[in-house]
Design a binder for this molecule. Structure first.
Ligand SMILES: C[S@@+](CC[C@H](N)C(=O)[O-])C[C@H]1O[C@@H](n2cnc3c(N)ncnc32)[C@H](O)[C@@H]1O
Length: 377
């Protein structure tokens, strides 16, 4: 398959190269930000499973360079559109439009701290601390705490960060095998590891955003997250293919229950439930409710029902598609613009797990996807 054909089949792959993003995943975070205003008042962020680094690039452009991307770009576009509609004249159709106020100016923020972690080495990004570590390994937490606060003493048993963070992101994904149950299981282990790290470093009021694969028991996870976060929403950005089970869980307003202390000696997910570490599981029955947001979108909470003795409470998290309706559909092929020149990726993977296989194949003369007859490769 040629580069142009991939550009055509995947508009976000093409746009990522044109806009200088290391991966098309950047658009997922930008579209989540459009919806949830993730970076409002944020200066300290942990980016888990960060390689090749497009989410870290988003953080860098928003927090360090003060660029107008994500929510800020969306607000800017909306403001200009309102002005344009108003300039068309004050017909009855436009009279009830709200008086547009200019969106806040995007500018570099002070005292920004961003720590990115991945199993794979990541090419450096200015102003971002990159750690090569396994987020499921207990030795990673002291590394992270030290990176957040150089005065942290790793010999102490305390896992509480002296400088907590505002936002923890995790885009972790295992190398998918195609065996869905296995992939979902491994993904859920990454999610639990990310959550345990988040619980150790998030400040009250903080936000946790993580990739999930929607398996059959995912509603139990939502119920557990609801114990420590006020808002738990599942969201699917337009740049995430509809055919993929991938979605993102956006947990807002971290509110650890009284007496709660995150501990990696007894991490969550290994037989321990959030309800047992100091919090109460969500109330047994929440009636369904509707709410109309300022932007006119109606949010529906389905409520929850107790099951059995009430211990196995499931809870349906609200589901929200995000990303501008005018944004590209990730599942459709798009006509390439006139005079299109296919660009090389901004940052090819530095040490992908398939590197050795590619090298072996090349040695046997089967590079670039062509297979030498008789080698069986
Ligand atoms: C979809 S990619 C992340 C893309 C990234 N957010 C970006 O925007 O460039 C998933 C990443 O998860 C990482 N990963 C998988 N398991 C991990 C683990 N146990 N610890 C750390 N990183 C892990 C992989 O190495 C891979 O780079």
């Amino acid at each position: 398959m040629g580069k142009s054909s991939k550009d055509k089949r995947d508009a976000y792959y093409r746009l990522a190269k044109e806009q200088g993003w290391r991966a098309r995943s950047a658009f997922k975070l930008l579209q989540l930000d459009e919806e949830f205003d993730l970076f409002k008042d944020v200066t300290r962020v942990v980016d888990l499973c960060a390689a090749p680094g497009s989410w870290s690039q988003v953080l860098s452009r928003v927090l360090i360079q003060g660029q107008t991307v994500g929510r800020a770009a969306w607000e800017d576009k909306r403001y200009k559109e309102l002005l344009r509609l108003r300039s068309l004249g004050s017909t009855a159709e436009h009279e009830d439009l709200p008086e547009p106020g200019p969106p806040p100016e995007a500018k570099p923020r002070k005292d920004v701290k961003i720590v990115a972690i991945d199993l794979q080495p990541m090419s450096p990004l200015e102003g971002i601390t990159c750690l090569k570590a396994d987020i499921t390994h207990p030795s990673t937490i002291p590394l992270l705490l030290k990176a957040l606060d150089p005065s942290y003493d790793p010999t102490t048993t305390s896992t509480e960060a002296s400088h907590p963070v505002d936002l923890v992101l995790s885009d972790g994904a295992p190398d998918v095998t195609g065996l869905h149950d296995l992939d979902i299981y491994v993904q859920s282990q990454l999610l639990w590891a990310a959550l345990n790290l988040a619980l150790c470093v998030l400040k009250p009021g903080g936000t946790f955003v993580a990739k999930i694969f929607r398996g059959k028991d995912v509603d139990l996870l939502y119920a557990q997250l609801k114990v420590v976060f006020e808002g738990v929403t599942v969201s699917k950005p337009r740049s995430s293919r509809a055919s993929s089970v991938e979605a993102f869980i956006v947990c807002t307003n971290f509110r650890p229950p009284g007496g709660f202390r995150a501990s990696l000696d007894h991490p969550l997910g290994a037989g321990r439930r959030l309800g047992e570490v100091g919090g109460e599981a969500p109330v047994a029955r929440t009636p369904p409710s509707r709410r109309t947001r300022e932007d006119g979108i109606m949010e529906l909470e389905l409520g929850s029902e107790p099951e059995g003795d009430g211990r196995e409470i499931r809870w349906v998290a609200p589901f929200l598609a995000c990303g501008d309706l005018g944004a590209f559909d990730a599942d459709a092929s798009h006509k390439l613009p006139e005079g299109h020149v296919s660009l090389d990726p901004v940052q090819p993977p530095t040490a992908p797990p398939y590197k050795m296989a590619l090298e072996e194949r090349k040695k046997l003369g089967g590079a670039y996807g062509k297979t030498k007859i008789g080698t069986g490769i």
